[in-house]
Design a protein around this ligand. Structure first.
Ligand code: AMP
Length: 401
């Protein structure tokens, strides 16, 4: 079955067309600058062909219409007709407490995802735009929603409750949800297989380190805890978000006259690696390059690794031990000095990185710990689109039975 996998953002749509029987990526690409004067669609197909279009795309509906025209065009040579698309799988960010798994999208689900926009005002509305556009363009093609929060729904109240007045949870559903669930789920499964621990008891920490960063503590396939909370702001240091900070800071700044909007921008776009490095960069590549000559670039990397190390320690405590640690995401898969610095000094806890394996284990599945390490450490490239395609196929095939 050919499945179109969509990750619809506010002004961009990331897509892959996947063939599920052989788990092949037929083509993938990006639609950018939707709603701006200079829109762009770029597609790279596995047959080697590339197509680029630069013209305004007024909204998500027009962007997806143009994408589908290109997918069936002889120029790309990927699909013969629209009928070759068997289903569409959507990444949906917030499923609240309603969804602990993927769902077939119908009118009731659309309504619920819309209501959940309250919890994810930046993400669920553009996800829904993608869903609505596909519904109009391909009314008979089934659509599936795969939620970023779903994998974390196994957390117990002890991990997901904030120690705040009870009514905040009861009235406003204020609790910890966690995000990046599809990635944590995928790399956890791969690492379990690589460690020979499929269907065996196991305790795993997954560290998804990209522009956004989160870690999860997983016991026997169930998330026990994760670092992101009510929103993706909590937890680890990220490219431009600080992760955990003292909750009183925004009020301190408000009192001193900083406008609320500026505080939000400060926490979403100016903090994290970018802020700590004094504006050098939010990109770990640049910070690692500049570390030798710019003390604040080095400080940003050090704070990033230190806080991750602290979470690893706390999750070993939460899990009562650890069998496997996994690094993934743009930083986790590539930045060998970050992995080395994070694991430095953790020998006493059973983590011994192998310097040579660490250097070689880049952008591929690899064991990067020593043979003597009690805890196995892996690099596992994430593949959220694969999970979305598999979930979509599973749900659509069940429909037929
Ligand atoms: P992601 O959000 O998973 O695509 O990750 C993006 C981030 O990964 C970038 O902002 C960089 O900080 C980081 N990254 C990508 N490639 C490298 C690399 N070769 N070395 C260090 N960091 C990298």
């Amino acid at each position: 079955m050919n499945i179109l996998v969509l990750n619809s953002g506010s002004s961009s749509i990331k897509f892959q067309l996947r063939e599920t029987a052989r788990e092949q990526v037929l083509c993938k690409g990006l639609i950018e600058r939707i709603g701006e004067p200079k829109g762009a669609i770029s597609i790279t197909a596995s047959n080697g062909r590339k197509v680029e279009r630069n013209h305004p795309l007024s909204n998500h509906a027009e962007a997806l219409e143009k994408l589908i025209q290109l997918l069936v065009s002889p120029e790309l040579g990927v699909l013969k007709s629209l009928a070759d698309i068997g289903a569409v799988g959507h990444r949906v960010v917030h499923g609240g407490e309603d969804y602990s798994g993927s769902i077939l999208i119908n009118d009731a689900a659309i309504k619920r995802i819309d209501e959940l926009s309250e919890l994810a005002p930046l993400h669920n509305p553009p996800n829904l735009k993608g869903i609505q556009a596909c519904k109009n363009l391909m009314p008979s093609v089934p659509q599936v929603g795969v939620f970023d929060t779903a994998f974390h729904q196994t957390m117990d109240p002890v991990a997901y409750m904030y120690p705040l007045p009870r009514e905040l949870y009861e009235k406003h559903k204020i609790r910890r949800y966690g995000f990046h669930g599809t990635s944590h789920r995928y790399v956890h499964g791969r690492a379990r297989a690589l460690a020979g621990l499929e269907n065996k008891p196991c305790r795993i920490i997954t560290a998804h380190l990209g522009n956004g960063c989160s870690a999860a503590a997983i016991r026997d396939g169930k998330v026990v805890d994760t670092t992101m909370g009510f929103t993706p702001l909590e937890g680890l240091v990220m490219g431009t978000r600080p992760g955990d900070i003292d909750a009183s800071l925004p009020f301190y700044l408000l009192d001193r006259g900083m406008p609320e909007k500026e505080i939000i921008t400060l926490l979403q776009k100016k903090s994290g690696l970018l802020g700590t490095s004094g504006g050098v960069s939010n990109d770990m590549r640049v910070l690692l390059r500049e570390s030798a000559s710019k003390p604040l670039a080095k400080l940003a990397v050090d704070v990033f690794c230190y806080r991750l190390k602290k979470y690893i320690g706390s999750y070993i405590a939460a899990l009562g031990g650890l069998d496997v640690l996994v690094f993934t995401g743009g930083i986790g898969e590539n930045a060998t000095p970050v992995r080395a610095k994070t694991c430095e000094g953790l020998d006493a806890l059973g983590i011994e990185l192998d310097p040579k394996r660490n250097e070689e284990g880049v952008r591929k599945e690899a064991l990067i710990s020593k043979d003597s390490s009690r805890i196995k450490v892996f690099c596992v490239p994430t593949d959220e689109e694969l999970v979305i395609a598999q979930e979509t196929r599973h749900i659509v095939e069940n429909l037929k039975n």
